[in-house]
Write a protein that binds this ligand. Structure first.
Ligand code: ADP
Ligand code: MG
Length: 398
């Protein structure tokens, strides 16, 4: 059964009648530009064919009820109580046990969407939303942005909010930052919502200007293989937060509003000002921003076969300077390169999740098999390898 049909069936079971429509948004893979988003820099992600679906319809009693195949116990909150529930310190409704974490993504979007539209709670009806997804969860493919984009698209139409795609991305980010309490940037939501087939989204995270960049994978006979290590991560705790703080510390020491404003040529000065760990964190961000710009230029001038070295340099920088890789990710990258991949790197926030490898279509199975063998050799749990296809972003399906 497809995730779309699962969402429809779950809706019918919980609401007792068919959904008014089904809306969806995509997972995403990031071609290059990791941890640059919250430093107001550049990223080059693309939406993938894996999607999260929200089957939804209005209801008469002013209650938002969400349910997911992921956690079938429905969670309810009156529209009138969204603000009281989520206004306040980031993540307090989740840490205080008021709302389960997964439901804070969907209900947080309802809260943020209503706030962004300027509409009063009394002016919108209740809604039932049933969610199903084929985006792997916690694998660095942004199941979180996919659920946010799907719910935002459903509510935009059912509540008549008139939000533009970029507004919806902002709504998703606000829900994730403030309702869930995960301090992530806006890249995931922009790529999930605004993706296009066969293209990546070049995003300037300061101006929020986007450009669609042709990837040319199909023309060149290339596939993008994802090797999910199955090592789970959580962005609301631990290392991710520490990396953000290091970036803020570095920017403050350099006297700039964000690391976006530091150039590669200025790294010598950064080395003098900063302790070794903070310096290396900063060096990753500054060089990664330049690699994104170089990748866009290289794709346009020479096509996707010329970007391999940039992908590999990105991985090395995350492994050695930002220190967010894990042995499973390093193994996936090394194996892919040994099997002739054009390039490979870990993708997503790190501490687990997936690596991507750009490989000739004919080599996909060989690379996947070699990765599985290398994982078995090292005593790691078997990885899950699958290809992703650059795809369309948020849409109404039914
Ligand atoms: P990623 O975005 O890399 O998959 P995150 O930790 O950012 O990982 O987001 C994953 C979380 O998003 C899940 O733990 C869950 O709380 C929520 N989520 C994602 N997809 C769904 C879904 N289909 N149903 C319910 N919750 C979901
Ligand atoms: Mg996420």
């Amino acid at each position: 059964m497809t995730a779309l049909v699962q969402a429809q069936e779950l809706f019918a079971r919980v609401a007792g009648s068919p959904a008014a429509g089904v809306w969806s948004s995509a997972g995403r893979a990031n071609l290059i530009g990791e941890h640059t988003d919250y430093n107001e820099g550049f990223v080059l992600p693309f939406a993938i064919q894996h999607r999260t679906y929200a089957a939804a319809a209005t209801r008469g009693d002013g209650v938002v009820r969400v349910v997911s195949t992921f956690a079938e116990q429905p969670v309810e909150l009156p529209v009138a109580e969204l603000a009281a529930t989520f206004d306040g310190p980031a993540g307090h409704a989740v840490t205080g046990g008021v709302v389960p974490e997964w439901a804070a993504y969907a209900l947080g979007v309802a809260w943020a969407a209503l706030a962004a539209s300027g509409r009063a709670a009394a002016d919108v009806p209740g809604v039932d939303i049933a969610i199903a997804s084929d985006v792997p969860i916690g694998a660095g493919l942004s199941s979180s942005a996919a659920i946010e984009g799907a719910v935002a698209s459903a509510l935009d139409e059912l509540w008549g909010l008139g939000l533009a795609p970029l507004d919806m991305a902002r709504v998703g980010r606000r829900a994730e930052n403030e309702a869930v309490g995960a301090p992530t940037g806006i890249m995931d939501q922009v790529s999930s919502i605004m993706g296009r087939a066969d293209a990546a989204t070049f995003l300037d995270c300061r101006s929020l200007e986007t450009q669609s960049v042709d990837l040319g994978f199909a023309r060149e006979g290339l596939s993008l293989l994802v090797i999910d290590t199955r090592v789970k991560h959580s962005h609301s705790t631990g290392g991710y937060r520490e990396r953000r703080e290091a970036c803020e510390r570095g920017a403050a020491a350099m006297g700039v509003p964000a690391l976006r404003d530091v150039t590669v040529a200025e790294l010598d000065r950064a080395r003098e000002l900063l302790d070794d760990v903070t310096f290396r964190r900063i060096r990753h961000i500054v060089t990664e921003n330049q690699r994104v710009l170089d990748t866009v230029e290289t794709l346009r001038a020479q096509g996707p076969r010329a970007i391999g070295d940039l992908l590999v340099a990105s991985h090395v920088s995350m492994r050695d300077d930002f220190e967010i890789s894990v042995p499973e990710l390093d193994t996936a990258v090394e194996t892919a390169l040994a099997e002739g991949a054009v390039g490979a790197r870990m993708t997503g926030g790190g501490f687990g999740g997936a690596a991507i490898a750009l490989v000739d279509e004919a080599r996909v199975d060989a690379v996947a098999e070699a990765a599985a063998a290398a994982f078995a050799d090292r005593g790691f749990a078997a990885p899950h390898a699958f290809t992703v296809v650059p795809s369309e972003g948020a849409r109404r399906d039914v």
